[in-house]
Design a protein around this ligand. Structure first.
Ligand code: CP
Length: 316
């Protein structure tokens, strides 16, 4: 049974089992095979997918557009919602969503938006399924899917993983979604959060995770580097400091954790380094040639996983 069919995908806690994840990963593997072999596979022919972004994006936007087009959908892609749509004139998210459904006949809407509950609002006011392409500081569920797909392919398992999440754990949405997903689907795994004191993961999240998984919190790497299966670096998110008038704090914290080639060499030989990207100095470019650097493959996984998700939602 396809558990994604006809449903919005707005939060990572909608996933309830590893079986659901493995089902999606099997479809992602098929997508990868097709793309690599140049096989045209267009199960979404006749469907319309609207991709609406209210925040900047390189990877999520282009991979959703590419995924929908490769599957044969008609795609309406707007990545400048806050400068060239009626949002500039003060239109509400609710009215924009109603309008897009009417004007494009969208069968599915992908939304990135600065408000935490934006995808829930969008899904509540119109019938087409909504896929969350990143909402506020809370959730980036499709990023978590592609992150876990990368981990599964590189580490060869979902269980018994030692995962170290580093950087801006306060504002970063990718680590929150990935940590929640690990807690839901992975057995006997450990999550270690490494961040400056000011950028610690929210208390409620840590409390919720501790009910399901072993969690440690640190302000320095300690032995985490040597013990990790996965080091997941993240950017300190300037835009949220700017919004709160805290740019001095941003300058003080932005490069507290930098992955250097020497640090990468201290990791297990089969350990991997991940990053949702963009990076702004927290992984040195010299690390890119280290066999542990997995962030470019991670980015590529986004195409296959998003193809799998779109197909699963729109085709029975
Ligand atoms: N990882 C990620 O969300 O990147 P973009 O902001 O470029 O989409």
């Amino acid at each position: 049974m396809n558990s994604y069919y006809g449903k919005s995908f707005i939060a990572i806690n909608q996933i309830t089992s590893s079986a659901e994840i493995l089902q999606l990963f099997t479809t992602a593997d098929e997508m990868k095979k097709n793309v690599e072999a140049g096989i045209v596979h267009e199960p979404l022919k006749g469907k319309t997918v609207s991709v609406l972004f209210y925040q900047p994006s390189t990877r999520t936007f282009t991979s959703f557009v590419a995924a929908a087009k490769r599957l044969g959908a008609y795609v309406i892609a707007l990545n400048e919602m806050t400068s060239f749509s009626s949002v500039v004139k003060g239109e509400s998210l609710e009215d924009t969503m109603r309008s897009i459904r009417q004007t494009t006949g969208a069968d599915l809407i992908v939304l990135r938006h600065p408000e935490d509950n934006s995808s829930e609002i969008a899904a509540s006011i119109q019938e087409a399924p909504v896929v969350n392409g990143g909402s506020g500081t809370a959730d980036h569920p499709t990023q978590a899917l592609l992150d876990l797909y990368t981990i599964y392919n590189k580490c060869g398992r979902l269980d018994n993983l030692n995962i170290v999440l580093v950087g801006d754990l306060k504002y970063g949405r990718t680590i929150k979604s990935l940590a929640q997903l690990i807690a839901i689907v992975s057995k006997k795994s450990k999550i270690t959060f490494v961040s400056p004191e000011e950028l610690k993961a929210p208390k409620e999240l840590v409390k919720e995770l501790r009910e399901k998984v072993d969690v440690a919190q640190k302000t320095s790497f300690g032995h985490a580097l040597e013990e990790a299966d996965v080091i997941y670096m993240t950017r300190v998110q300037k835009e949220w400091f700017e919004k709160e008038g805290k740019l001095e704090e941003y300058e003080r914290l932005r490069l507290k954790f930098i992955m250097t080639p020497q640090m990468a060499e201290k990791m297990k030989t089969d350990g991997i380094i991940m990053h949702p990207l963009p990076r702004v100095g927290e992984i040195m470019q010299e690390v890119d040639s280290n066999p542990r650097a997995a962030y470019f493959d991670q980015m590529r996984s986004g195409l296959y996983v998003r193809m799998a998700l779109l197909k699963s939602i729109l085709v029975k």
